[in-house]
Design a protein. Sequence first.
Length: 344
Amino acid sequence: MSRVDVVVPCYNYGRYLAGCVGSVLEQPGVDVRALIIDDCSSDDTAAIGRALAQADPRVEFRRHAVNAGHIATYNEGLLDWARGDYSLLLSADDLLAPGALARAVRIMDADRRIGLVYGRCPSFSNERQLPQNLPREAGYTRWPGRQWLAGRCRAGHNVISSPEAVVRGSVQRAVGGYRPELPHAGDLEMWMRVAVRSDVAYVKGPPQAFYRVHAFGVLRARYRGKLTDLEQRKTAFDTFFRAHPDLPNAGALADLAARTLAREALWEACRAYDRNEVEQADVRGLEGFAMQTWAGATPELRALKRRRQLGAALCHRTQLFALPAALRRMQRWWGRERWKRYGV
């Protein structure tokens, strides 16, 4: 039976820890171990973590004397502790879906070229929102790693939340862990490193994990968060391509990612005109990011210039551009979903 080592980093999430670890220990069909790493929490994480470890020999508990930060904590578990056939990083506030590990392991056991398996990861804010009946497994989609990598550059964003991603242990150890210089987009960069070395598969049908959304995340400023997110994703792509200069078509893929991110920033600026929220959105910042990222002309740049000529008040009052923009967003969304689900 294949072994899966699950790393559970925890910082002040003691109230969620028992449910998270329980979702790991209840996984059928795999030999599972869990390591809880308490990064010097100030809540009751230590007491709960020790109790969980005492109650089940498959659970280990560690507590940092000083706060090491999330990147160091992740890498401690994934690189220093995990030695199983497969590994998974599961934040203490998230949950594995029933049967998730067996589904991922079955795929990778059957095809050693696959080094990463993920699937749907619905978000939730409380356990009452979790589905009671899961759909049946409907097979999986497999991509050659380089094809999956090209898809990430084409889309410009990460399709993996993290708790649903199971990685072959040998691949994880070969590519290394999270990069300290990428505290907010390190997972995207690491998945791309995995795709250089192995193929990628997506489980169709049931969810693989559940990602908890906290109230403070909903209250973040929409546009400020958007610009920061774009900047962090650009840093992740830049870091990846600097480390892989000999990758076939590296220049073209880097340009593709840059153009995609620039277009996304310009569309955010366009939507700010449609909503009459130019000042709140920092349109100058979004446009400056786009121009620094990709200097070429794009349809979005022309659309922004048309809106600027009319002014935000008129764009908002008439909604002259809102419907075409919405249709384009829907087309892009479906293109991403179709690629993720069917590989076309």
